[in-house]
Design a protein around this ligand. Structure first.
Ligand code: BES
Ligand code: MN
Ligand code: ZN
Length: 502
């Protein structure tokens, strides 16, 4: 999709469709008002007759409005002008896209950027519009024979800004959001691929492709022999039941100052989680192909940073395995030694994510990181605790937690903190090893994070449990690309803060 910004009056746009807001009840937005006036009151007449109230989700498509240069005008109901929430703003854009797709228009000038959203400026509105539009138009057709798209697809969106003074900011917003959108798409595509195609080797190959695409990226694949040498006994243990060899993908994007400590992103890359010997129930097991969404999201984030040529140092670590119950698989009760030297009693082979993450987290120490953020579809308990709206957030450094919470609010890709209190730590006690890989019945998301916290003592660390947000089930089954948006907001905010004159 092509996106641009422009300032100018709606009746002067020579284009397929102009989109303008109508607020509840029956209140015209400034651009709708202008279109109404030039056309001699056509819109206010229709509104008076009850054709559109301005409620959220309503649309009204008009053709050949007098004294305008556009083929169509689409009015979109935005609800009460005073309470357009960040979430509603996204919905409004998606309502617009769905109506436009059935209209035949290909080039659009959107004046929905006029709609007031509390505490949000024009750059935010443009960014959210782009993400919402791309989300609406995303399709995964790689594996269907019929790959055809609509006869007249949407091609171009022009966002209105209120004056020339906003053009530069608007263009930066377009650039940033298009990069983020590309990262989200990469993340969704990798996640939606089935486990027989998206194997650890496949992920490694994709990571290597990134290196060819972006000269500043350096990809290294650590294979099982090298893992053995480095003592990554926990990571290797999970992979033992599968015929697919494990990989630790290391991607370095070092575009910042040499002495700048990197942000390290760690993504769980279980390309299929059968549970292993602690086998999962069959119903819905196909969705465990999504157990690599953490990996996909950090790869998407890194590629967005590279696309923007951000002058920062960012490292991605992706431990990737298949968790299978093969004859060499680990068994409940097995004890392995992690790279940190600590021994782990594996009481449940289905708690495999923490086992592959702990070695990657130890490996992260060598970068002397500014912060480490791991992203993982780690626990079903997170879905019980928080549902499908926020990701779970835990960590050992309050400022980092705070920054991530804020980045979530701003991007609309939210997370919510759970307590990482010492009270929970003793649940991991083992009679036979330094720790067990599972806790008791309750608070599974917290005990999982407690486990990880034992490997992150040397740096500032946060953990995002994305089990509830990484994909949608049911009729609309598919990856969401979360939390690429959140991570990008965090990274862009971090970049801004570092470059602010003090
Ligand atoms: N990948 C799963 C977590 C998961 C389950 C994410 C369902 C999304 C939907 C993880 O590896 C797992 O199996 N966790 C176990 C941990 C338990 C054995 C302590 C779980 O959540 O049941
Ligand atoms: Mn599991
Ligand atoms: Zn898993």
């Amino acid at each position: 999709m092509e996106y641009t910004v422009k300032s100018g009056s709606p009746e002067k746009q020579r284009i397929g469709c102009v989109v303008a807001a109508v607020y509840a009840s029956r209140k015209l937005s400034p651009s709708a008002k202008i279109l109404d006036e030039v056309s001699g009151g056509v819109i206010s007449n229709l509104v008076r007759r009850g054709e559109i109230e301005g409620d959220l989700g309503q649309t009204l498509l008009l053709h050949n409005l007098e004294n305008t240069l556009c083929d169509r005008v689409l009015l979109v109901g935005c609800g009460k002008e005073k309470d357009i929430t960040t979430r509603n703003f996204r919905n409004i854009n998606q309502t617009m896209v769905k109506r436009l797709q059935a209209s035949g228009a290909t080039e659009i000038a959107s004046y929905l950027t006029e709609a007031p959203v509390r505490r949000r400026d024009i750059t935010w509105k443009i960014g959210q519009s782009i993400e919402a539009i791309d989300e609406c138009l995303y399709e995964f057709k790689q594996l269907k024979t019929d790959k055809s798209s609509p006869r007249r697809p949407l091609r171009k969106f022009i966002f209105s800004v209120s004056g020339r003074g906003q053009l530069a900011d608007g263009e930066i917003a377009v650039r940033n959001s298009m990069a983020i959108s590309t990262g989200i798409k990469l993340s969704k595509d990798l996640s939606n691929l089935p486990g027989n195609i998206c194997t650890p080797a496949y992920l490694a190959k994709q990571a290597t492709t990134l290196q060819q695409q972006y000269p500043k990226i350096k990809t290294t694949i650590i294979d099982e022999d090298e893992m053995e040498k480095q003592g990554m006994g926990a990571l290797l243990a999970v992979s033992r039941g599968s015929s697919e060899p494990a990989k630790l993908i290391v991607i370095e994007y070092m575009a910042g100052d040499k002495d700048q400590e990197p942000v390290v992103l760690v993504g769980k890359g279980v390309t299929f989680d059968s549970g292993g010997i602690s086998l999962k129930p069959g119903v819905g097991m196909d969705e465990m192909k999504y157990d690599m969404c953490g990996a996909a999201s950090v790869l998407g984030t890194l590629s967005a940073c590279a696309e923007l040529q951000l002058p920062m140092n960012i490292v991605c670590l992706v431990p990737t395995v298949e968790n299978m119950p093969g004859s060499s698989a680990i068994k409940p009760g097995d004890i392995v030694t992690s790279m940190s030297g600590k021994s782990i009693e594996i009481l449940n082979t289905d708690a495999e994510g923490r086992l592959i993450l702990c070695d990657a987290l130890t490996y992260a120490e060598k970068y002397n990181p500014a912060v480490v953020i791991d992203v993982a579809t780690l626990t079903g308990a997170c879905i019980v605790a928080l549902g499908a709206h926020p990701a779970g957030l835990l960590g050992n450094h309050n400022p980092l937690i705070h920054d991530l919470l804020n980045a979530g609010e701003k991007s609309g890709d939210r997370c919510w903190e759970l307590p990482l209190w010492d009270d929970y730590q003793e649940e991991l006690d083992s009679n036979f090893a330094d720790m067990a890989n599972i806790g008791g019945k309750g608070a599974g998301t917290i005990t999982a994070a407690c486990f990880l916290s034992r490997f992150t003592k040397k740096y500032h660390w946060a953990h995002l449990d994305i089990a509830g947000v990484a994909w949608k089930s049911g009729k609309q089954k598919g990856a969401t690309g979360r939390p690429v948006s959140l991570l990008m907001q965090y990274i862009l905010d971090r970049f801004k803060a570092a470059n602010q004159p003090s």
